[in-house]
Write a protein that binds this ligand. Sequence first.
Ligand code: ACO
Length: 319
Amino acid sequence: MFVKIAGTGSFLPERVVDNFEIARKVDTSDEWIQTRTGIRTRHIATDETVAGMAAKAAERALENAGISPEEIDLIIVSTVSAEQSLPCIACDVQKALGAKRAAAFDVNSACSGFITGYQAAAAQIKAGLVKTALVIGSECLSNYVDWTDRGTCILFGDGAGAAILKADCAPEDIQIPCVLHADGSLGEALTCSLGHGKHKVPFDEYYRMDGKAIFKFAVRKVPEVIREVLKMSGHTADEIDFFVLHQANKRIIDAIAKRLRQDESKFPMNIMDNGNISSACIPMLLDDMNRKGILKPGTKLVLAGFGAGLTWGGFYLEW
Ligand code: ACO
C-alpha cells in the first residue's frame, strides 16, 4: 500500500515565448533549440509570482481531489525561484487557500524538489502525523534568467504543479519506495547567488550552468536511481506503464529511455511546450496525464528528478 495522489492541478502564465522571439535577443535559432533540447515554446510570467502560481495550481488540485482547504494538514512548496525569502511560499499558499489547519514549509532541492516534497509528506503520513498533504512545485525561473546568455535562457520557463497526497490504508501498512541522493561536490555545475549575504561578493544573481556536465550526470544517474526505485518496489522496468521524468532536455529523456531499454512512448513529455520549469515539471506532467484520462486506477509509474545541488531521486507510485 502506498501514499496515493488523490488530485492534481497546474498553472501556466498566459504569455508564451517561442524560440523565434529568443532568437531576436541572442545568437541562436529555432532549429538549434529544437534539435538540442526539444523545446519550441515556454510560458513566461508577467505579473504572476511563485506564490500566486502555486496557489492557483493548488486550488485546481483540491477541486480535482474533491476536498476542502480545511482538510489539508500539511503544505510543502518546492521552489528555487521565489521573489521573497520570507515568508515562505507555503505560508502564502496556506493564506490564499484558507487552509487554516495546515502546517507549511518550503523545500529547495531544485529540479528534484517534487520528489523531495513527496518523500517528506509521505513519511509524515506514514508516521501518523498528518493525513492529507499538498505538495507543490512552483517556479518563476525567468526571475533569475540572464536573457543575454544563450546557454541558459533558451531552456527555462515558469509555472506550477500541485498534488494532493493521501494514504488509502492504515499508516503502518504504508510503503514508501522513494530514494533521494545528493552530491554537493558537483554543486558548481548550476549556481545562482542572491548577493544579499555579507560574504557573497562578488555575486551573480543569474543561473549559471555547465550544461554538458549536467547532461552527462543526468544520463548516468537517472537510470541508476530508477533501477533503485524498481528494486524497492519489487517491479521490473517492463512492468511500469510510464516514467514521469524531470523535463530538462528531450535528448536526456531519450537517452534514459534507451539505457533502460524502454520504449519512448512510456516517457511522456511536456518540454516541447513548457521548457524546463524545475520542480514544477513533474507535477505539471502528472496533471496533464490525469486530466487527459491517461492515468487509470492501478497505473504504475516511476517518477524521477535531477537538478542543481546536484540532487537526484525518484519514487514508485500506483494511481
Ligand atoms: N544557440 C546556438 N548555439 C549555442 C547555444 C544556443 N542557444 N547555446 C550554446 N551554443 C553553442 C555553444 O557556444 C557551442 O559553440 P562552440 O562549439 O562554438 O563553442 C556549441 O553550441 C555547443 O555547445 P554545447 O554547450 O556543447 O551544446 P550542447 O549540445 O551540450 O547543448 C545544452 C547545450 C542544451 C544546454 C545541453 O548541454 C543541455 O541541455 N544540458 C543539460 C542542461 C540541463 O538539463 N539543465 C538543467 C538541469 S537542472 C535544472 O533543471 C534546474
